[in-house]
Design a protein around this ligand. Sequence first.
Ligand code: HEC
Length: 141
Amino acid sequence: MRQKIYFVLALAFVVLLLSNIADAGNLNAPMQSLMSKYLKDSGGKAFSADDGKKLYFLKRMHSKKKEEISCTSCHMDDPAKAGRTPVGKPIDPLSPATNKERFADPEKVEKWFKRNCTGVFERECTPKEKGDFITFMMSLQ
Ligand code: HEC
């Protein structure tokens, strides 16, 4: 009986260990296929975490709002911290290092890229920009 308990505990430990390893910097299968699509649509040019970082911090003047805006306006300079919208609505951290739910659902990711890129750049982000951005975020873990 006791041996059996030790065995179950050891097994649980191994499963826990493996799931942690699988978490580290890895996108799930649906997200990997979204990344492959971005790669194909951007002509196979490799993604760059540095370019993703630049995109994240890029400040630009919004032509209609007449104010400087960037991804950091809502997601903060440190994406590991909670953000907020201009009206003060809290946003969970964007970094997958502190928020395991990030970059796990292609539909959600696409929806918010569309909305936020349009809000900041007044155009949609290119597949290359989206791939760079996700590569940067995943590198933060
Ligand atoms: C006006 C505020 C605001 C700005 C500016 C903003 N975002 Fe967001 N973003 C949000 C909100 C609100 C959500 C959805 C709520 C949530 O997921 O916590 C979100 C969610 C996201 C998500 C979904 C991630 C996931 O897997 O859950 C992505 C990707 C994203 N934003 C990218 C960007 C990028 C890229 C920029 C800069 C071009 C940007 N955001 C600028 C408010 C903003």
